[in-house]
Write a protein that binds this ligand. Structure first.
Ligand code: FEO
Ligand code: CA
Ligand code: CA
Ligand code: CA
Length: 662
């Protein structure tokens, strides 16, 4: 225990060096083991993955998906029930955000289009891709010698994917906006896609968040759509060919449901409303493999990164904080109408119907004086009902077009809001702002909460805007998560340690410099310990993406500051509020991943002695032309040799069995 750190904790490992090798490195005294890779079977009669594109498409419903992302460990006690502190056995539930098509099919080469979007050539290959998105539920356990593995035959194992039936729940369910050929009364939709970060509920279910779903829909011919729908498609990015063959490879609902063009005589004869059934937070009960996931429309529709559960107290509302990860988008929170009753633990998605279908959806405004406000998204607000930029059809439309409602209220445009997490010791909420570019964050277009715009050259090329990202944190007034105001500061700025002082504001060193923070998660077993993951393209001339451990202070532990911004052509000053510099004692690099990967997804066993992290898309910068020559792949991790790279879950333990990171 260290009396000098705010949490009393001490980081108990030596920092890992930056590198550009095709390996995972962890500190001395730790072991990282591959637990669950792309294609690994999750039913007893499914063969091992051949990883050459020849596995039968129909087997993919029982294999790990691609691009492992957000993840939760649900401990299981001796009675077979969820127990948050259970440490030897549990369900590991994780998202499979996207795919790297060139590594999924026999040759990867087709005559269709160009680039990684155009690798598929048949309905079977598209079906494979449908299954490779979504969520895995797998049972994992630790054996007597302390080694973790997943149980291929567990009856809990399940894949949720783009074919799984989902119930729409909350204010948008059953409205005209979501009627489709699949569900003429708008009660259901099929599938979830681009599941990025995650969240939990206090009753023991998993939340998966639909992020870059808009790009999957085809909308080449816009004829027949109304002005409102077209405005919405424009605001959310539904436009163009979508995923090439997804919508067109076969003339069956299974495929052409990705076509948002008007083709039938009415909305119940085609999928013109398909995009309105995506962009939601989805609740899954991992303990009931036959349960139908529910899309929680009261939490709003946008590019959902994650949904972090706020402090939980009996008799108080429940709160989830949610980023919309796109440049110049917003931070939201949902406050339930119902107050928490611990008797609802174990009730599955029926509890979700109580807490997640009715409440207030807010968007954040960060003021220049260090205060902030939560603005209520409702048609009752004249700024929304009278908004000149979009005419809302009804209250349901405010949830569907939450971005327009937030525009109407003058919310603060942020540098790509990614994960949120709550420090259990202070109640402060942390938000990663991964990065932005010069057109969205020019030198003369900063604000106090997004205060940096500069040029950080990489390989001699300009990188302007906020290429390295930062982390904002805030405290809801009176430590009441339902409050409508808050105080904020900037906890940390990403930067090269060699960057000038006006860029490396947090004084990062060789032991902890990083760029583009994305995954962010406070340990529950070791309160005060923060894990930070990067999804970076700006500092990758020096290092692969990484995982860091931190012991942060609290909102207001630093001071007011003025940043001098300059992109080499223009310069300007921006006043802001900067947290205390972390030093090597307060922030330290713990892991560096293989080539081309992003670090994302993090969870721990109930005792904090096993840490699970995901390596996403190793080798993703492999050139299209090299698919026929495996020796040229950027990465061969984790299987080595000339193998195709695979996204995978790692389990990390300390060789002496102690808590990870301390
Ligand atoms: Fe899927 Fe915002 O990362
Ligand atoms: Ca992310
Ligand atoms: Ca990211
Ligand atoms: Ca990613």
């Amino acid at each position: 225990v260290n009396p000098d750190t705010p949490s009393g904790l001490k980081l108990g490992f030596n920092p890992v060096a930056k590198h550009l090798n095709d390996v995972v490195t962890v500190p001395a005294g730790y072991t990282a083991t591959v637990l669950y890779r792309l294609g690994d079977p999750i039913a007893s009669d499914v063969a091992a993955y051949r990883n050459d594109g020849s596995d039968d498409a129909r087997t993919y419903e029982y294999r790990a998906g691609d691009h492992h992302d957000g993840m939760t460990f649900f401990g299981i006690d001796a009675a077979g029930k969820w127990h948050p502190s259970a440490s030897d056995r549990g369900l590991l539930v994780m998202n499979h955000e996207a795919i790297t098509p060139i590594f999924l099919h026999p040759t990867g080469q087709t005559t269709e289009g160009s680039g990684t979007q155009a690798r598929r050539s048949s309905a079977d290959e598209v079906l494979r891709e449908f299954y490779l998105h979504g969520v895995s539920v797998i049972e994992v356990s630790k054996n007597a010698s302390g080694q973790w593995s997943y149980d291929q035959a567990s009856l809990f194992n399940r894949r949720v994917h783009t074919l799984t039936e989902m119930k729409l729940s909350g204010p948008v369910a059953g409205t005209d906006h979501v009627r489709t050929k699949y569900s003429p009364n708008g009660a259901y939709t099929r599938g979830t896609v681009n599941n990025c970060a995650n969240g939990t509920t206090p009753w023991g279910t998993y939340l998966t968040c639909e992020e870059n779903w808009a790009g999957y829909f085809r909308l080449v011919n816009k004829d027949g759509h109304g002005a409102r729908e077209l405005a919405s498609f424009g605001r959310y990015g539904v436009n163009g060919a979508g995923r090439e063959l997804w919508a067109t490879v076969a003339d069956e609902d299974l495929y052409n449901r990705w076509n948002a063009e008007v083709r039938g005589a009415s909305a119940t004869q085609d999928y013109r409303n398909g995009p309105f059934t995506y962009g939601w937070v989805v609740e899954i009960d991992p303990f009931n493999p036959n349960s139908t996931p529910k899309k929680r429309t009261a939490l709003g529709r946008f590019g959902h990164e994650g949904a972090a559960l706020g402090p939980v107290e009996a008799g108080k509302p429940l709160v989830w904080y949610m980023g919309d990860d796109s440049r110049s988008e917003y931070l939201y929170k949902f406050v339930s109408d119902a107050v928490w009753d611990p008797a609802d633990i174990g009730k599955g998605t029926a509890a979700g119907d109580k807490y997640m279908d009715k409440g207030r959806l807010y968007v954040a405004r960060f003021n220049e004086d260090g205060s902030g406000e939560w603005l209520h998204l409702t048609l009752a607000n004249a700024a929304i009902s009278g908004y000149a930029g979009y005419t809302f059809a009804d209250e349901a439309d405010v949830y569907i077009n939450a971005r327009f409602a937030a525009d109407a209220l003058g919310a603060t445009k942020m540098d790509r809001p990614e994960w949120t997490s709550i420090n259990p010791n202070t109640g402060d909420v942390y938000l990663t702002l991964t990065n932005s570019n010069a057109s969205h964050r020019p030198v003369d277009g900063t604000n106090a909460a997004n205060p940096r715009s500069y040029n950080d050259p990489k390989d001699g090329k300009d990188q302007k805007g906020n290429p390295n990202g930062h982390i904002v944190r805030f405290a809801d007034t009176g430590k009441n998560p339902a409050a409508t105001s808050f105080q904020w500061d900037v906890y940390l700025f990403g930067a090269r340690s060699t960057a000038p002082e006006n860029v490396n504001i947090s004084a990062l060193s060789d032991a902890n410099d990083f760029s583009s923070p994305d995954g962010l998660w406070f340990s529950e077993a070791n309160p005060g310990l923060l894990w930070l993951e990067t999804d970076d393209g700006a500092y990758t001339d020096v290092t692969n993406c990484m995982l860091l451990a931190a012991l942060p202070g609290e909102v207001g532990d630093g001071s007011a500051a003025t940043i001098t911004n300059s992109d080499g052509e223009k310069s300007a000053q921006q006043a802001t509020f900067v947290g205390k510099q972390p030093g090597d004692e307060g922030l330290r690099r713990f892991l560096v991943g293989p080539l081309g990967c992003e670090l994302t997804g993090i969870a721990e066993s109930g005792d904090g002695r096993a840490l699970f992290v995901n390596i996403q898309h190793p080798g993703e910068d492999t050139a299209d032309a090299d698919i026929g020559d495996p020796s040229q792949f950027q990465s061969h991790w984790p299987d080595g040799g000339n193998s195709r790279p695979r996204s995978a879950t790692l389990v990390i333990t300390r060789d002496d069995g102690g808590p990870v990171g301390l």
